[in-house]
Structures are given as C-alpha cells and as structure tokens.
Design a protein around this ligand. Structure first.
Ligand code: CKZ
Length: 850
C-alpha cells in the first residue's frame, strides 16, 4: 500500500516535471504588442539557390544529387513563403479577426514545391534560376515525396479548402495529425495489391517547422472523481490518467496571388518522459524504452480504410489526441489575446472562433470543448453548451452505413471516462428536449439518442456531431437532400433549420494551373489569367467552342498531355499506348459502390466484340487507378481481376491497338496531376444515391474530359452546368434504385435476358482470365448473380449503350472537342473558392482580411 502511494507520488512528480519542460511557453507568452515587423531582404532566386545548395544542403555543385536540387529549390521557395507567413501571423495578431479552425483527420496535400512557387508567382523565376545553374525544375519537383496524409476525396477536399481559404485571405488554421507514415504505397505483384509503408519523412520535410514550445498535455484512461466545493458546486477531477504530449508542427499554406500564408498545424505524439528511470535502474532498459514508443504510436500511421469504420482503440486515441491538443491551442489563443475573467468575456468566444468538423472523425471535439470550458475553465454547464453549439458545424461526407462511426461504450469509457459522462449529460438534456416537443415518442428517442442501445451500447458519433453543431451540411445537392430524408430524417424534424447543402469544389490552382500548365496557358492567351482567382471567367471560353482554330489548339494540348501520360505509364508498367485512342479513365478508391466492376464488364464486352470480328471499334485505352483498403477482400479481388483482364486483352494479337487495359499502380495526388490532364472520358458510375459528391468528376471536366456517369453526387450538378448534350448520363436514378430494391430485385433476370452480359459473366466465372485458377473470380460472379447490392446488372445494358454513344461521338473529333471546351467553360461552380465562400458566409460568418 505504501509502495503504491509512493509510486503515485513518484509518477506524478516525474510527469509534472517533464510536462513542464515540454510545455514551457504557455505562461511566458504575453499578448503580442502591435509592432511593425521588419524583415531582412530576400536574396535574388539564382543567388539563393547557390546559397542553399552549399549552406542548407552542404553540397557543392559537383557532388550534388537530384534530391539536393529539390531541397535547394524548396528552401529557396520556402524563404519567400516564410516572409509572408510571418506577416500574415502578425496581421492576424494585430487585427484579431474571427478565425476558422478546420479539424480533419486527413489532409491529402501532395507535393508542395511547384504549388508554392506558382501561388507565390515565382515559378518562372525559379525555373530560370535552376536552368541557369544547369538544372531542371521538373526533375527537382519530381524528387518530392507526396504528403499523403489522407485516404481519398475527403482528405483532398481538406487540402483544396486550405488553398482556397488562403487565396481568399480568410483567417483559417487547419488542424490534423502529423502521421509518420501516410497512405500506404501500393505495389502490384502478380496482379495483386501489396501495401508498403509510406516513409515520407525519410529525407526530412522542408515544409514543416517543429514548434517545441507549442505542446500540450493530452490525457487518456484513469477515472473521474466528483468533488463538491465549499459553495456546493460539483467538480470533476480526472485522476491518474496516462499523459501524452502533443507537439505542433506547422506547415505553411500559401494563397494564390496574395500575401496571405495560413497555417496547417499537425500534431505529433511524444512520450511525456524519456525513460522511466525506475525501470531503467531495475535493469529493465528495453521496457522503459517501449513505454515511450507506446505513446508515440498514436501519430505513427494513417488508417487506410476509406469509408469504413475500424472501431479500433488506436483510431479513437488519434481522434481525441489531435482534437484535445487543437482545442487547447484554440482556447489558449483566445485567452492570451484578451482578459478573460467573467462570463461576459467568454460570451465573445463564438464571435472569434468557428470550428468545422470534417465528418465525425473529430466529433469528440464537442465533448472536449465542454470538458475544457466546464472542468478546466470553470464555466457553468448550460452557458458552456450555448457556446459550443454556436461554435461547431459538421460536414457529413457519406451515407454508407459502414462508414458511420460508433464506439462501444465500454471502450469509450475506459479511454475517456470523463468524456463518456459528458456525452451522457449532453444526451440527457437532448432527450429531455425531444421528449418535450414529441411527448411519448419513445421510438423516436431511441432512434436519435447519442447512445445506440440496439447493438450493445455504442456511442454514435454522427448524433453527437448533429446535436453539438449549429449547422450540418452535405457535400452535394442530392446528398444533402438524402441526408434530410434518410440518415438524419428524425433530426430534420427536431431541428428543421440545421441542415443545409454546400456543394464541394476543387482548387483550380493545383488542378488546372499546376497539373495542366499547357491548358492554363491556352486559356490565358484566350481570355487572360483572371480565371485563376475567379473561375466564373472561364465562361468567356464558351464562344470559342465554335472556333475551329481554338478547338485545334485545345486538341493539341490534350494530345500532349496524353503523350505525357502514355510515357509515364510505359515507364511504370511497360505497356505501350496508342495516344490516338480514347483514354477512358476511372481513378478513385476501389469500392463496390463506385462500380469499377461495371467498367470491367464493359471492357470485356468490347473485347468480345473484337474477338467476334466487329469492325467498327473506336480504339480505347481503359485506365484504372486506386487503392483498396487492406482489409477489403472484395475490393482487392476487383484489382486482381482488372490486372488479369489487362494481361489477357493486352496480349491478344486479335485486339491490336483497338483496346488496351491499364492498372495505374499507386494512384496518389502526384499521379492524379498527370492522369486528369491526359483523360478523354471520365468514369463517374457509382450507383445513384451512393457517392456523396465525388471531386474527381470536377477535376476531369476542368481538364477537358467528358463525363460518363450516373445521376449521383455532384454529377447531377455537373450535368446542370454543362448541359444535357455535353455529358453522357445513364442508369437508374436514386428513386428508381430504391424502387428496384424494394420490389425484389433479381439480378439473374438481367443475366438471362442479355446474351452479351451472360457471356461476360460466364467468362469471368469459368476462369477465362485466370486459367491457372479457374475459380478465382467465382465469388464476384456469385455476388453479382445472387445479391448485386449496387445494381450493376440492372444498369449494364444502359451503360453499354451509353458507351457506344461515347465511341460514336469520339469519332467526330471536332464535336468531341466542342463539347470538351464547353465542359471547361462551365466549371466555374466547382471552384473550391465558391465552396469556401458559402461556408464563410452561411456557416462560419467570417470575413476575408486584407
Ligand atoms: O468524401 C468526399 C466525397 C465522396 C465521399 C468522401 C468520403 O465518398 O463522395 O466527394 C469529399 O466530400 N470519404 C469518407 N467519407 N466520405 C471517409 C473517408 C475516410 C474514412 C471514413 C470515411 C475513414 C473511416 C471512415 C478512415 C479510417 C477509418 C474510418
């Protein structure tokens, strides 16, 4: 017993000591004085390159490697970024505007060098400087590892939003995790996906600044002790927790054509103590080191399961870890910049901060804000809650049931005992309110409760996010409607004004300017460069769709981009492509609902037509790219099928160059920058009602591809913008999908009634593409014939007919170009600047700062 007490004292002393040594700055920071900042002058680019090669890389020209030149170029650009970053921070400090905090477990940034140089307007200078030193900008840029801190669309959206917020001078900070390992690297071996670790920090990271002074204590486990003080007020002490330190790493986010450089603050987990000296002295050296690695595991790796909840303790730890550090940081900034004593001072909080939850992944923030306001800063519960609901807003990105996060109450209560109590209290008050408005409707209460009692007891994070936010938005018009009528129908009755839509967008800086410099310069020659910051100006291209010379120039750009893509593919997988064939591209995460399999059925249908001697075939190259979650067996089987089909088709002499099938390995942001510009046809073929928005659809159209798609997600709005004649729409609509399922869908009916479809499925099932293992794809065929949850067979015939129409139009290159130009001209709506404008005005109530 005495030993135990001693151990506790010992622990608390060591923890306190090491925490203080980490978290030194917090009490020493004073409110910044308003003082003009004088910065040293920047060196001219060529001189800066020479300086950085020697002084930052410690290399002479003779001994320099391509990586040294990347670093040299990056340091040179970074100086310019930092100069503006310092001034932006100072101006935010002086003006103390309302700020936006974008909380996201994912930021899929990709490479930064070219993007930063372009946004700062020094790309040509940099390129010339490198040239003058006998080096080349592209080969330097190629050396940069992607920052792949995200899975797919949700993470990339966060990165596009950062670009737009900086470009629009919105005072915004992104908060996330500095994963030591990002999205895994996909290799294809024997046709199958193999996951390799993404050790992206191996050679250091020029773009991050470690901030040892911005570190916070994050607690886990332990237990709660209620204490009533001398005034009879109940307090809650979180006793005997484990401590982890969250240390900040800041990454600059330069806006385009502005001096604004915003901050992306990523947290890294550090053990609170270097060694447990007691164990060390006991001779237990290894165990004492292990404890340290244990806490540092939290920021080790990104979970790679796009759109499927994992339910693992480490994932919840990651969520709480970065959310707690971020909210401590947000409140510290608020407190240190003003005198916060009474309630009325705190009442200003929602006028100064807006927090956006990127899906439910950071939804624990609602409880954490209550914890910090009530338990730490001593605010009364009801007052604190009134602030919370004014501060938070929540974006939902998916209706897929498997992506909806819930945590077992047991796990939650063990890891975060105080937060479970807080959630119970929030739920209690919420249910009381519901009961008041809908008396006696116990089923309603069961359905909306934050605690799900029907599958064991589980915390429903989406419900916590809805209850704790003033606004909930979907990411495309159709999706937001479906949220109100399906997933959140009950909540929409309870809070009729909470739900809204903000259609996604993409940043034209990366996805046009950077990825497709040739198209950007063709557009600039035609209409000036105002479109970079104001995509509505693309409308000026509309009349040029009817201009033969412009169409020719536009086609030449596309052809060049296809050549660039073809070269890349040949270097990767040694397949030669016909650049005059139709490049038909589906690049996105592999998921059954996205229906890569439907595309495969079309490929095999074309193959059969060729084998059966059809003459009138429009040559096609069908390109797939995308990663499967490592535990998603069916998605991995689909990748294997694509590769097996590719092997057979590409080797069949009867096919010639009429048809080629490519699986582009390791699809990532830097690959996307080559793939989008080189695409003719954009495959957006998810089952209607399943893809919340999609953003690749927008990137494709902006780069002059025509879309073949269902009326799903943002495709609906793309169709509205480009016009029915300039998009290829097929398949069941969302209500038709629902009707088909409700009236006893039998996929076998389609199989028996469509000879081409039957032939394709029989080939797959009988091992035509897997001779060495004929039953390899039996599960795919069985699934299609017996379940077909995503209605591939129901949509097959219409898809094939639509693809035939595509092939026909492609033969008329003038008509194809005309439509493609109109697509580019009508993409204004899909700029993330428009999206961010809507968030800023309708949700955050923040202004640009000049
Ligand atoms: O968000 C995009 C949309 C897409 C939508 C995607 C998304 O599918 O249509 O354009 C931007 O709005 N991603 C996720 N949900 N919607 C998502 C991503 C990662 C993870 C989850 C959902 C993930 C999960 C759940 C990662 C690890 C564990 C659990």
């Amino acid at each position: 017993m005495i030993g135990l007490v001693f151990a506790k004292i010992y622990l608390s002393v060591t923890v306190k000591y090491s925490l203080e040594s980490y978290i030194r700055m917090k009490n020493t920071t004073k409110p910044a004085k308003k003082q003009a900042i004088v910065l040293p002058k920047l060196t001219p680019v060529k001189q800066a390159l020479q300086n950085h090669l020697i002084f930052s890389c410690f290399k002479t020209d003779r001994a320099s490697t391509p990586r040294d030149w990347y670093h040299t170029a990056a340091y040179t650009v970074r100086d310019h970024v930092v100069e503006r970053w310092v001034r932006t921070a100072a101006s935010y400090n002086d003006q103390d505007p309302k700020r936006v905090y974008y909380l996201s477990l994912e930021f899929l940034i990709g490479r930064m060098l070219t993007n930063a140089a372009l946004n700062l307007g020094i790309k040509d200078e940099l390129s010339d400087g490198l040239e003058a030193l006998g080096r080349n900008m592209e080969s330097a840029a190629e050396m940069e590892n992607d920052a792949a801190l995200g899975n797919g669309g949700l993470g990339r959206l966060a990165a596009c939003f950062l670009d737009s917020m900086a470009t629009m001078d919105i005072p915004a900070t992104g908060y996330g995790i500095r994963y030591e390992y990002g999205m895994f690297k996909q290799a294809i071996e024997h046709g199958q996906q193999v996951e390799n670790p993404d050790n992206w920090l191996r050679y250091g990271n020029v773009w991050e600044f470690q901030r040892p002074e911005a570190a916070y204590d994050v607690k886990f486990y332990g237990h709660v002790v209620p204490v009533t003080d001398e005034h009879g007020v109940k307090h809650h002490h979180w006793c005997n927790p484990q401590h982890v330190v969250a240390m900040a790493y800041d990454v600059p986010v330069p806006g385009y054509g502005t001096d604004t450089v915003n901050n992306l603050r990523l947290w890294s987990a550090k053990a609170t103590k270097d060694f447990d000296l007691r164990q060390f002295n006991d001779g237990n050296y290894e165990q004492s080191v292990e404890e340290r690695t244990d806490s540092e595991t939290i920021s080790k790796v990104l979970y790679p399961n796009d759109a499927s909840a994992s339910g693992r303790e480490l994932r919840l730890k990651q969520q709480y870890f970065f959310v707690s550090a971020s909210i401590q940081d947000i409140l510290r900034r608020f407190i240190t910049t003003r005198d916060v004593k009474a309630e009325k001072d705190w009442a200003d909080l929602p006028n100064k901060i807006a927090i956006q939850l990127n899906d439910t992944h950071p939804a624990i923030g609602v409880a954490e804000m209550m914890h910090q306001l009530v338990d730490i800063h001593g605010l009364a519960w009801n007052f604190a809650w009134s602030l919370v609901v004014k501060i938070f807003a929540y974006t939902n990105h998916t209706l897929m049931p498997e992506a909806l996060e819930t945590w077992s109450v047991e796990l939650f209560g063990t890891l975060l005992p105080r937060h479970l109590e807080i959630i119970y209290e929030i739920n209690q008050q919420f249910i009381t309110m519901v009961n008041h408005h809908f008396p006696g409707d116990t089923e309603l209460i069961q359905r909306v409760s934050i605690i799900d009692e029907t599958h064991g007891r589980r915390v429903r994070m989406a419900h916590l996010a809805v209850v704790g936010s003033h606004t909930v938005n979907g990411v495309a018009a159709l999706h937001s409607e479906l949220l109100k009528t399906t997933l959140f129908a009950d909540f929409n009755k309870i809070y009729p004004n909470k739900f809204t839509n903000v259609t996604n967008g993409i940043t034209p800086r990366r996805w046009l300017n950077q990825a497709n410099p040739q198209l950007a310069s063709l557009i600039t020659r035609a209409i000036g460069d105002g479109f970079q910051k104001d995509l509505t100006q693309l409308a000026k291209l509309t009349p040029l769709a009817n201009d033969k010379d412009f169409r020719k120039a536009f086609r030449a750009v596309k052809h060049d981009n296809k050549l660039r893509l073809a070269r890349k593919i040949e270097s990767l997988i040694d397949v030669k492509l016909n650049p005059n064939s139709l490049f038909d591209v589906q690049i996105k995460r592999i998921h059954e609902y996205k229906r890569q399999l439907l595309n495969v059925l079309h490929v095999i249908t074309l193959y059969n037509r060729i084998r059966h001697g059809a003459k009138d075939i429009t040559p096609r190259t069908v390109i797939f790219g995308g990663k499967a979650a490592p535990g998603y067996w069916m998605a991995k089987l689909i990748i294997r099928l694509i590769n097996d089909v590719a092997a057979i088709v590409n080797d069949d002499p009867v096919v010639g160059d009429k048809l080629k099938v490519v699986f582009y390995p390791n699809y990532e942001v830097s690959a996307a920058e080559i793939l989008f510009p080189g695409s003719d046809l954009s495959e957006q073929i998810s089952t209607a009602g399943t893809e919340a928005s999609g953003t690749g659809n927008m990137k494709m159209a902006l780069n002059g591809a025509l879309t073949i798609g269902t009326l799903d997600g943002a495709n609906v709005e793309i169709k509205e913008e480009v016009g029915d004649d300039n998009i290829f729409i097929f398949g069941l609509t969302t209500p038709q999908v629902a009707e088909t399922k409700a009236s006893g869908y039998n996929p076998r009916d389609y199989y028996h009634q469509n000879a081409a479809l039957k032939e394709v499925l029989d080939m797959i099932g009988s091992g035509f593409f897997s001779l060495e293992e004929p039953s390899r794809y039996q599960a795919i065929v069985d699934n299609l014939l017996n379940n077909d949850n995503y209605l591939l067979l129901a949509d097959y015939a219409d898809y094939i007919a639509c693809q035939d129409e595509v092939a026909k139009v492609y033969k008329d290159q003038e008509e194809w170009s005309r439509r493609a130009i109109l697509n580019v001209a009508r993409m204004a709506k899909f700029s993330s600047d428009r999206t961010i404008g809507e968030y800023a005005n309708n949700i955050w109530q923040v202004q640009s700062l000049k």
